[in-house]
Design a protein around this ligand. Structure first.
Ligand SMILES: [Mn+2]
Length: 297
């Protein structure tokens, strides 16, 4: 039976408090539970005060069989940031001021431990991008059957992982791997009308807004997109954007969306566990016992 844990972003104290609340004990240095397994939804790094500590806790649990972990967009970005693009030069993720800022706390905290950082980058390269278990499915941001089918065919985490060949097939919009990777790890987006912008968590103006794909009501822009610009809140969701309610044979758990407030299950087929621990919110777990789900935080 599983305890699924949302985005941690280097918040080691909160992670240890939550694991203890869930009944995990640190034995021989590794958090474990006699009858349960933890599942981590990715985004271990960037932003928080103890990124290195979080990575050690999570990887040790995975290596000992007490947890499984999937890749978040921050781990994917870290690999792209560190991997030279042999086709066009530079790196697969540009070393611009904006991108360095997003990654800075990780780079700083690992500066005295370069070999360890290399070891974790290698581990990131081999994380699965989704999981399918008996009672649940997991992905960092968005479950779409076509994207998952593509990943099953083309991404082999245990063998090649995020190889140069794989990254070369997905780092630009027109490449076949771009959509499946981008949407699974960052979620689907919608281009806003000319002249409209949203402001993201880093204060950057964006012409695209993120779709609340798991929402049960998506008639207006206010219901259907994240951080909808004020002027568009009452506008109908435009044609071409999927308005159907997401359903699945097993509940899908995901993180990524920086939700706020009291954690709740709005759609029992699609359950977000990211409640913004890196912005003063909560680290949240979903406990599944015999098919029953409860949120713990
Ligand atoms: Mn994320």
């Amino acid at each position: 039976m599983y305890d699924i844990i949302g985005d941690i972003h280097g918040h080691g104290d909160e992670l240890e408090i939550l694991l203890q609340k869930l009944g995990y004990q640190r034995l021989n240095g590794v958090y474990q539970h006699p009858s349960r397994q933890a599942i981590f939804l990715g985004d271990f790094i960037d932003r928080g005060p103890n990124i290195r500590g979080v990575l050690h806790i999570v990887k040790d649990m995975v290596d000992s069989g007490f947890a499984q972990a999937i890749m978040g967009n921050h781990e994917f970005n870290a690999v792209c940031f560190a991997t030279k693009n042999k086709i066009e030069g530079g790196y697969f993720r540009e070393h611009s001021v904006e991108k360095i800022k997003q990654h800075l706390r990780t780079l700083e905290q690992f500066r005295p431990f370069p070999k360890e950082w290399d070891m974790f980058l290698t581990w990131f390269k081999h994380l699965p991008m989704f999981l399918e278990l008996d009672h649940c499915k997991m992905v960092h941001a968005y479950w779409n059957d076509d994207n998952i089918t593509w990943l099953k065919k083309n991404y082999r985490p245990t063998e090649e992982g995020l190889s140069h060949e794989f990254l070369a097939n997905c780092y630009q919009k027109e490449l076949p791997g771009f959509k499946p990777v981008e949407e699974s790890l960052k979620g689907p987006e919608h281009k806003l009308p000319e002249g409209q912008y949203m402001v993201d968590k880093e204060g950057i103006l964006r012409e695209e807004c993120r779709l609340r794909w798991w929402a049960t009501e998506k008639e207006t822009m206010g219901q259907g997109v994240m951080e909808c610009p004020e002027a568009l809140v009452d506008d109908p969701i435009p044609d071409g954007v999927d308005r159907s309610v997401f359903t699945s044979d097993r509940p899908v758990f995901f993180g990524h969306y920086w939700l706020s407030g009291i954690p709740e299950i709005v759609n029992e087929h699609a359950i977000c566990l990211d409640y913004s621990v890196a912005k003063g919110g909560r680290l949240v777990a979903a406990r599944i016992t015999e098919g029953k789900i409860s949120l713990i935080y």
